[in-house]
Design a protein around this ligand. Structure first.
Ligand code: NAD
Length: 531
């Protein structure tokens, strides 16, 4: 098979066919990307920021085409695609336009080390070269594009390998970058699955990999890339908890959790899958959440009055069904849904709420990745935090409470990379934030400055022009041994008393020391230790 033939999960209609990139063609793709990178890395940051402006404009202009294609190929409602697939890349381009130049411009380093006093030190931020961006199907536009914008701004080239389930969205991404006036071949798309992904990772000119997908494949990718000494960022699965405290605004909380659990038919790495509710409000919360789920209009993703579309494929539906059946067998109560809406089609699954969940259920341990949310009562917030953290995953979490001080104190106790209070999933939409995972949910970050610095290699340049030999150069001597010893004693206890004693000891050596350092520059640094 040399083509990917895609049928819409919404109605089975043909979306189109796309040729698979032959593995032998990867060589040429990467070579071309590398040649473009050599040109692009010389382009000043301000001009790269202008390219981000052009890409922002292109994405916004093409919004209807992108949203409709995502709806047809992947199945989320077009309006939802507009919100969750288009705003984050537009926000990332904006972030890079306003903050990128400052963050990646060469920066002066000011050391505290007295021996570094005579020099001028600078950090430079260099691109790595060609990156492979290996993407999943659930957010086929926003996930790779947010990553690619930052990679390209940082001076890198990118070969995107979209999921074989959403190749048309991948091709459209390639087209948008091609129109942005970047060097030819800087951003390219290789279509296919594991063989193409693997060939990219193994190519010697591919220096970095951003993989977004499942934990087992992520580990395989990391193994391959690690064995070749390449930079890897992994954005993996989740099993996000929401904690509902007794003082939460139940109506708003139920509405928020309904959206955060069901957006994209629950096929979101950071969707709410586990809800821990303080017992005092457990039953009223369940009733409020059930009522919210009942309002969700499931249907064809191209209809404007639809909130939720189908799941992507039978394997996804079957996984949800298996988790529902497992929960029922272990004492779970289905309060809403729990079945395929076959009147709509075989891939439409009802928004589902299971109460009285416990940790033995598959749906409380493994990623479900579908329209299923499970709730468990807890005695207090300590139990909720302990249960929320008792997971191999650590992507995001949320706390729902009116008590600002309490939320502020509790948020850092959650073992995950971002916490929302009285909202969920919002972290992805803020390019000033950070995105990634603790534990099995990932390695490295995207978004914000921590994400941008993952995409560059930091270089430190130290310059000295005093003409004096460094103190530590040959020949070693008894005098150098004494000076080193006094400095060590001072550093072990940099108090005024020891400082004074060290100065007294060093005074007879001043002539010798000034052969190596300028005292006017070294003294202030020495004194800084005393603060
Ligand atoms: P997947 O792991 O099956 O595939 C992801 C990508 O890897 C695809 O492009 C696939 O073709 C490619 N691939 C498969 N085998 C490969 C190999 N051996 N070498 C190189 N590439 C290979 O994931 P999926 O089913 O497409 O996506 C769903 C998963 O992604 C879920 O677990 C979800 O939680 C996760 N996800 C995480 C985030 C995040 O930001 N942390 C975001 C979205 C999705």
């Amino acid at each position: 098979m040399n083509r990917l033939v895609i049928h819409s999960p919404a109605d089975g209609s043909l979306v189109g066919e796309i040729p698979i990139t032959p593995v032998e063609a990867i060589e040429g793709v990467v070579q071309q990307a590398h040649a473009a990178y050599l040109e692009w890395r010389e382009v000043p940051l301000r001009e790269r920021a202008e390219a981000m402006r052009r890409l922002r404009r292109l994405i916004a202009h093409e919004r209807h085409r992108i949203a409709e294609l995502v709806a047809r190929e992947q199945g989320k409602p077009a309006i939802e695609a507009m919100i969750v697939e288009l705003f984050p890349p537009i926000d990332m381009a904006t972030y890079l336009i306003y903050e990128g130049v400052r963050l990646l411009a060469p920066r002066r380093v000011r050391s505290r080390n007295p021996f570094m006093a005579d020099r001028h030190c600078t950090y430079y931020f260099h691109p790595y070269g060609v990156w492979a961006v290996i993407a999943p199907w659930n957010y086929p536009f926003t996930l790779p594009v947010v990553q690619m914008l930052a990679l390209v701004f940082a001076g890198n080239a990118v070969v995107l390998k979209p999921s074989p389930l959403t190749p048309h969205v991948g091709a459209l991404i390639g087209e948008l970058f091609e129109k942005a006036g970047l060097p030819k071949g800087l951003v390219q798309v290789a279509q296919g699955g594991a063989p193409q992904g693997s060939a990219l990772i193994q190519h010697p000119l591919v220096r970095g990999v951003i993989f977004t997908g499942s934990v087992p494949i992520g580990r395989k990718v990391a193994e391959q890339a690690g064995a070749l000494g390449k930079k890897v960022i992994l954005e993996l699965g989740g099993k996000d908890p929401a904690i509902v405290l007794h003082d939460a605004d139940l109506e708003r909380t139920a509405r928020g959790i309904a959206w955060s659990a069901m957006v994209n038919a629950g096929q979101t790495c950071a969707s709410v899958e586990r809800v821990y509710v303080e017992r005092a409000v457990y039953e009223p919360f369940l009733e409020a959440l059930r009522a919210e789920l009942a309002k969700i209009r499931v249907g064809h993703p191209l209809q404007s009055d639809v909130d939720m579309g189908p799941v992507i494929a039978p394997f996804q539906r079957d996984r949800v069904q298996a988790h529902v059946e497992d929960a029922c067998a272990k004492g779970g109560r289905v309060l809403y849904g729990g079945r395929v809406l076959s009147e709509l089609g075989e891939l439409y699954y009802a928004p589902t709420l299971i109460a009285d969940a416990n940790e033995t259920m598959l749906g409380m341990q493994e990623e479900t990745f579908g329209p299923l949310v499970m709730a468990q009562p807890v005695a207090d917030v300590e139990e909720a935090i302990q249960r929320a953290n008792a997971s191999a995953f650590g992507l995001t979490a949320s706390l729902w409470t009116r008590d600002r001080a309490r939320a502020h104190a509790l948020a850092p106790k959650l073992e995950c990379a971002s916490v929302s209070v009285n909202s969920h999933l919002v972290a992805y939409g803020d390019s000033y934030g950070t995105w990634g995972g603790f534990k099995d949910s990932g390695v490295g970050r995207t978004h914000g400055e921590f994400g941008l610095y993952e995409m560059v290699q930091v270089q430190y340049v130290s310059e000295v022009y005093s003409g004096k030999p460094e103190l530590w150069w040959y020949p070693y001597s008894e005098r150098l041994r004494r000076i080193t010893d006094w400095m060590m004693a001072f550093l072990a206890e940099p108090s005024w008393r020891v400082g004074k004693q060290t100065m007294q000891r060093l005074t007879p050596e001043l002539r010798y020391l000034t052969r190596h350092f300028s005292p006017t520059r070294t003294m202030p640094l020495f004194l800084r230790y005393l603060r």
